[in-house]
Design a protein. Sequence first.
Length: 364
Amino acid sequence: MNDKRKMFIYGGIIGLIGALLLKFGNPGNMGICVACFYRDIAGALGLHRAEIVQYIRPEIIGFILGAFIISIANGDFKSRGGSSPLIRFFLGFFLVIGALVFLGCPLRMILRLANGDLNALIGLLGYLVGIFIGIQFLKRGYTLGRNIEQPKFSGYIMPIVAIVLLIFLIVKPDFIFFSEEGPGSMRAPILLSLILGMIVGGILQKSRICTAGAFRDIMLIKDYHFFWGILGIFVVNLIANLILNFDTFNLGFENQPVAHPVHIWNFMGMVLTGICSVLLGGCPVRQTILASEGDADAGITVLGITIGAAFAHNFGLASSPKGVTNNGKVAVIIGIIVVLVIAYSVVKEANLKNKQKKEGVRNA
């Protein structure tokens, strides 16, 4: 089987699972949304008190455990880290703020588009612009440095956290919050979500599909390898929605579930998410998979995403179907400025070091 077909099939399975999770109870056009799911988990843990978005999403637990198991089986698991962790934390923090102003991660953006939500098309344009901006820094030497081997236990932290979250989900202790209305109350059965999440996690670990990586590689090196996976997600999710979720299919901008039609901020939110994804080396779902196979730097990014999601709801940054908040607009502008300053500073320092290295060689 050639690589194009294989990647399309991998993506197609993810697209089908997205449609199934929607069919069996997940919120509208939210069969899978990594940013939204971390937001819900943050709420369940009491990190924010937005009562309509509090739930320990078993899909995230499945992503982590599925990727962990496959990485062990394939020999890909390696405990590593130490590559600019604080920068990664803040990039993850601002990435999710952009996503929650848009109302969805890049993967949900594709699933929204596949179910007729044309607001996602505006988000996609913003995401592509953000990726293009991020690439300009890559071309100029942007790097967060190499990671190094870490104590083995470091690599097991994410799977352990996933198991603890699963226990909380099943036992439902009093200190864990569960939404009784709104998106957080809309959920597919736990066992089904967990199993399908593990399948998605395993596929993503095996295939290395990444929304940011797909478009980055097309723009940077004209490589369409990962794009076939993204295309598979879209095409199969579209077909599956027309078969399984036809009553929810709505082609247009208005009256879309958990979405808003404020085009400029759909665009700008995903510009921020696109820049951060390139600077991090992967979109939210890719960071989750990397963290599951022992990458502590990706784990720090996931922590930044979770804290950022809680911050967004505690301070009124997240959008809603009613529209975009003023705080959210300001946060996106500040976020874009901050991440551009980070990228510029890293490039400037990298170029200075290269210049000094060349001068040292010349003097020797």
